[in-house]
Ligand binder design. Structure first.
Ligand SMILES: O=C(O)C1=C[C@@H](OP(=O)(O)O)[C@@H](O)[C@H](O)C1
Ligand SMILES: C=C(OP(=O)(O)O)C(=O)O
Length: 438
């Protein structure tokens, strides 16, 4: 395993233009799910392109604690010796999900139908994230999970017989949908999830790849209990959400011209591309293809002046992790960019509306916050200090802002970048960012 380098603070200074080819690491959502399904499948699965980030390493460690043997033949590769649907062993200690909302919420579903008790814990940030959204539907299925006022730790009582439900979620959340579907594997009868807006469908697609019968279309998924998962090999595409930082950086740093190679293009992930193009970005989608059942493409990005827009509300779930980067694009655009319908940003690793608004204000940008979004008035950026509040995506977004400021930007509290993108800073430097540790 690759240990995360401690990176506590950065100094970003005027840099670029960005040039060359960029290969970003594997998709975080797909990596979590690949470990989980391979662990409870019959047989041995090989995962290529696994994200060596702290979030997904935490998930892999949890399955080791549940008795699953996972070999690491090389970086980004895992060989998972599945134990079958009922083969997990009772853990002797609490299971630490680290910083990962995805890990904790999906595991809540997966573990609620086991015969043993388990406890899910997380770091300070994860301990402040709301879990009622998964606890409520899981309780309706017969699960017994205790939490403090809806927050972690989650104490899951084993030995419950779950029953399938038809659940209409009022939040567009792939984590909620996936928790219910994963509980549905151990439930009697049919489990159905309906969403107010379609979200990423990796759980559904991967269940099918592992041989579990499932019906799904955008916004609805249905399966029944009583089947088994068959081991299969998984090739994880590059993470669009990691590519997004280079995408935005090349759009806003004059003279930039880069190619992002073989990026995952699942349409439930690429809302930012749609929005940046509407803002005037110059992005060509080249060599569209497929990797491990997912669409992938090369993104050729050239600098172009951007203008503000009203971000369509229906694009929000398709770019939910890209708002920190979008806020920086909006700061660099002429005019005003308005974001609405994005209240979910307030319950991520940080309150991303508040952290981005206050960071941009300290760089001289006018931002008005609303409950579910913001109006960002583009303008010249000046150097200054920003706090990422331990949020990986906020830290990377301000590394971009620093490239186009008139002075240095100090970004504090950057260690959490290792949760999703461990080598971000060295890759960024190799394409032309001016970014150093402080
Ligand atoms: O299912 C997933 O892998 C994820 C779903 C999204 O969260 P929500 O389900 O809370 O929208 C996203 O923000 C997160 O980074 C990954
Ligand atoms: C919100 C995120 O992840 P998670 O919910 O898994 O912590 C993210 O990576 O931006």
């Amino acid at each position: 395993m690759i240990a995360a380098e401690p990176r506590e603070a950065w100094v970003a200074s005027p840099g670029g233009p960005l040039r060359g080819e960029v290969h970003v690491p594997g998709d975080k959502s797909v990596s979590h799910r690949a470990i989980m399904l391979a662990a409870i499948a019959d047989g041995t699965s090989r995962i290529e392109g696994f994200l060596e980030g702290e979030d997904t390493l935490a998930t892999a460690r949890i399955f080791e604690k549940l008795g699953v043997r996972i070999e690491v033949p090389g970086a980004s590769t895992r060989i998972v010796h599945g134990v079958g649907l009922d083969g997990l062993q009772a853990p002797t200690h609490p299971l630490d999900c680290g910083n990962a909302g995805t890990g904790m919420r999906l595991l809540a579903g997966l573990l609620s139908g086991q015969r043993f008790d388990s406890v899910l814990i997380g770091d300070g940030s994860l301990s402040r994230r709301p879990m009622r959204r998964v606890l409520d539907p899981l309780a309706r299925m017969g699960a017994s999970i205790a939490a403090h006022d809806g927050f972690p730790p989650l104490k899951i009582a084993g030995g419950k017989s779950l029953r399938g439900i038809s659940y209409a979620s009022d939040i567009a959340s792939a984590q909620v949908k996936s928790a219910v579907l994963l509980a549905g594997l151990h439930a009697k009868g049919d489990t159905e999830v309906r969403e107010p807006h379609p979200t990423r469908d990796y759980t559904e697609r991967m269940l099918r790849a592992f041989g579990w019968p499932i019906e799904f279309s955008p916004g609805v998924a249905r399966l029944s209990g009583g089947h088994r998962l068959r081991a299969t090999d998984v090739s994880v595409p590059a993470d669009f959400s990691s590519a997004a930082f280079f995408l935005v950086a090349a759009c806003v740093i004059p003279g930039s011209d880069i190619v992002l190679r073989r990026v995952g293009m699942n349409p439930r992930r690429t809302g930012l591309l749609r929005v940046l193009r509407a803002m005037g970005a110059h992005v060509d989608i080249e060599a569209m293809g497929e990797q491990g059942g997912e669409a992938v493409a090369d993104l050729h990005v050239r600098y172009a002046p951007l203008h503000g827009i009203d971000v369509p509300v229906d694009a929000v779930p398709d770019m939910i992790d890209e708002f920190p980067a979008l806020f920086v694009a909006a700061a660099c655009a002429s005019g005003t960019t308005r974001v609405r319908g994005a209240a979910e940003l307030r319950v991520k690793e940080s309150d991303r509306i508040a952290t981005m608004a206050s960071g941009l204000r300290s760089l001289g940008i006018a931002v008005e916050e609303t409950e579910d979004g913001a109006a960002i008035h583009g303008g010249p950026l000046r150097g200054g200090h920003v706090a990422s509040h331990g949020d990986h995506r906020v830290a990377m977004a301000f590394a971009i802002a620093g490239q186009v400021c008139d002075g240095e930007v100090q970004v504090c509290d950057t260690a959490n970048v290792a949760t999703s993108f461990p080598a971000f800073d060295s890759l960024a430097r190799s394409t032309g960012f001016a970014l150093r540790e402080s």
